[in-house]
Ligand binder design. Structure first.
Ligand code: ZN
Ligand code: ZN
Length: 224
């Protein structure tokens, strides 16, 4: 397991759950729907999706923190010395509620905007009696929801990794990009750059697979 592995694995489960939710709405007959029921059904769906995301994010935060602790022990050649940081619902929610420079929006308000747009678009499809439009709007929502969820999963990894290093007295980190042909020019340019832990630049784009490594500097405090 390394860096984004667990996030990617859980993302697949969340995607499967998302497909189930979308299919559930997709098979309802138009005769059973109206503006009110569409609104309540999309609200209930998003509530369940948010809950599933929250559980996955918590697991991702914990795994990221554990891996960061391992990396610190490896760096210092110690075992079980680096300290853990809390990764509960409260800590995860704080990250979700903070401004995210990659998505450039706030998690919960954006989830609600996506839900509200879906609800409106489904009502229009119903008015036009277009099964095709109705189906398309559900698929579109699923795609957008997936993108948001995936990016926040990555943000959780990066945040808890960085916070664990910070809590263990690390002052400098090294930016690492993947050395494959999928890496973009921006990320490639940042490869191996050293940053103060308080001045790590935000990920330059969605799906950035770069990560940070703790490095030893004279003023980095070793764990006691
Ligand atoms: Zn890139
Ligand atoms: Zn990158």
């Amino acid at each position: 397991m390394a860096r984004y592995d667990l996030a990617d694995e859980l993302q697949k489960k969340l995607d499967a759950e998302l497909r189930r939710e979308i299919n559930r709405l997709d098979v309802i007959g138009f005769d059973e729907l109206n503006a009110m029921t569409i609104k309540s059904k999309t609200e209930e769906m998003v509530e369940r999706l948010l809950k599933a995301n929250a559980a996955a994010f918590k697991a991702i935060a914990y795994a990221a923190m554990k891996e960061a602790v391992e990396d610190l022990d490896n760096l210092y050649g110690t075992t079980g010395k680096a300290k853990e940081i809390p990764t509960g619902s409260k800590e995860v929610d704080k990250v979700l509620k903070a401004y995210n420079p990659v998505t450039d929006y706030l998690y919960y308000p954006e989830a609600d905007r996506k839900r509200s747009r879906l609800s409106e678009a489904l009502i229009v499809a119903l008015m036009l009696d277009s099964r095709e439009k109705y189906h398309y709007q559900l698929r579109k929502f699923a795609h957008l929801w997936h993108t948001q969820t995936k990016q926040y999963g990555d943000t959780i990894v990066d945040t808890f990794r960085g916070d664990t290093f910070k809590a263990n007295g690390i002052k400098y980190v090294k930016w690492q990009s993947e050395h494959d042909d999928k890496v973009c020019g921006i990320c490639e340019d940042m490869d191996e750059k050293i940053y103060k832990i308080t001045e790590i630049p935000p990920k330059p784009h969605y799906n950035c697979r770069c990560w940070i490594e703790p490095i030893e500097k004279p003023d980095n405090k070793r764990p006691e």
